[in-house]
Design a protein around this ligand. Structure first.
Ligand code: SIN
Ligand code: FE2
Length: 217
């Protein structure tokens, strides 16, 4: 192969396996960083981050909002997807094309072709915020994968099995890392340990996570 052909090749993001049908694409989101950050400001201006309440009446430590046709919400009546942001009373902001292409490209990179995200949950973690072990199971079906993009401060991600008590793998997710899981791992338990304080040049004193899913029919 001639040298000029190499010049056109993209450096491959380093891909790690977390078991069957589950992958961490290290730094995969870095080339999208500026576009994603700019679009994110528009989204949170239209549908601000807020601390939702769990069905049990607790305030979640992670602040959340959504972009896409459907948004995930939690309140005293339960968890669900809705087309309307209960805070603004309007539809959630349209999913920016930069968000969609990042998610689709990460999914196809590990063999999930044809991913069509219609929901992107935006999680905002400050020091101490955490997400306890849970399954993503509020979607209409589980045929499509989950694509999860980490920005800003590092966080420890736990990835278990189909039972809450299964052994969990743990890995530190850094700025730009993308986790993709689907197929036999689609309903695996996962969570985030309490965020350690720090400062990141792009996000400041927080971590942002974008979780893409196909939630509707
Ligand atoms: C989630 O499970 O919804 C988010 C995971 C993360 O913040 O990395
Ligand atoms: Fe989740």
């Amino acid at each position: 192969m001639s040298a000029d052909l190499f010049d056109f090749m993209e450096p491959q993001a380093h891909c790690e396996s977390m078991g069957r049908d589950a992958f961490v694409l290290r730094r995969f989101a870095l080339p999208f960083e500026q576009d994603i950050w700019g679009e994110l400001q528009q989204v949170v201006w239209l549908s601000p981050l807020r601390h939702m309440t769990t069905p049990g009446g607790f305030r979640m430590s992670v602040a959340m909002t959504n972009t896409g046709r459907l948004g995930w919400i939690s309140d005293k009546t339960g968890y669900r997807y809705d087309e309307i942001d209960p805070l603004s009373g309007r539809p959630w902001p349209t999913m920016p094309s930069a968000f969609k292409s990042l998610a689709k490209s990460a999914a196809s990179h590990v063999g999930f072709e044809g991913f069509e995200p219609d929901a992107c949950l935006i999680n905002h973690y400050e020091a101490g915020a955490r997400l306890s072990l849970h399954q993503d199971k509020d979607e209409r079906d589980y045929a499509q994968p989950i694509v999860s993009v980490s920005l800003g401060l590092p966080a420890t991600f736990l990835f278990g099995g189909l039972a809450r008590t299964d052994k969990t793998l743990r890995t530190v997710l850094q700025h730009g890392d993308v986790v993709v899981w689907g197929g036999v791992s689609r309903l695996n338990y996962h969570g985030i340990l309490p965020l350690k304080p720090g400062r990141h040049p792009l996000t400041g004193e927080c971590r942002i996570n974008l979780t893409f899913r196909h939630a509707g029919s």
